[in-house]
Design a protein around this ligand. Structure first.
Ligand code: HEC
Length: 183
């Protein structure tokens, strides 16, 4: 590096104890950086406060896009059981039902921990769509959600199996009119 550094004239220039006090000119690169950052700061401030952009707004826009997508997917889900009456699917559904549902709803569907699935009473509705929602999303009083575990197809097949079980006309377990058997 050159030792030739431009200097201002100083009236009080003095050498004390052999130490020469100097007042160097600020180099151009430093001033460019310094005033440049002030300009950047002003531009940033104006942009941030005036452009209408905000991280919360960006988040809401992204959520809106995701909601629209989820709505589209929901709308494209089948609302009737395409496996109804399909004996092969019902046999596969029986396997799912026996391993996953029977512990709570009993192998014959008459109910135990969970309500009867073969009586006329349906707390959450008896349409295919309502039953699918009961199983996929779960219900508050102890029905776990199964969508992540089983996926759409196995749920529909298990429900096709439930629909194929012999039905009962009497109010079953979980129905408000249920009468426990007298000993
Ligand atoms: C851990 C016990 C348990 C398991 C396992 C279970 N359920 Fe349930 N299920 C319940 C309970 C408890 C309810 C009642 C929930 C409520 O009333 O909020 C219920 C409710 C339901 C309903 C709604 C009934 C109505 O009256 O509207 C359906 C349909 C159903 N279960 C089907 C199934 C199927 C199919 C499976 C297997 C994939 C399954 N359940 C596994 C406990 C269980």
């Amino acid at each position: 590096m050159s030792t030739e550094v431009p200097e201002y004239e100083r009236n009080d220039a003095a050498i004390r104890d052999g130490i020469d006090e100097e007042d160097n000119k600020i180099p151009l690169w430093f001033n460019l950086g310094f005033y440049g950052m002030i300009v950047v700061g002003i531009v940033y401030l104006v942009y941030y406060t005036q452009s209408g952009w905000s991280s919360a707004g960006q988040y809401e826009a992204e959520v809106a896009v995701a909601e629209a997508l989820a709505e589209e997917v929901r709308a494209s889900l089948p609302t009737t059981n395409v496996f109804a009456g399909n004996s092969e699917a019902i046999a596969q559904g029986q396997e799912v039902y026996t391993t996953t549902c029977a512990v709570c709803h009993k192998p014959d569907g008459s109910g135990m921990v969970g309500p009867s699935l073969v009586d006329p009473y349906w707390k959450y509705g008896d349409s295919d769509e309502a039953k699918f929602a009961s199983v996929a999303e779960g219900r508050p009083l102890g029905m776990p959600p199964w969508l992540a575990v089983l996926g759409n197809e196995k749920i529909w097949k298990a429900l096709a199996y439930v629909d194929s079980l012999p039905r009962s006309d009497a109010p079953g377990v979980g129905s408000p009119d249920y009468q426990p058997p007298q000993p």
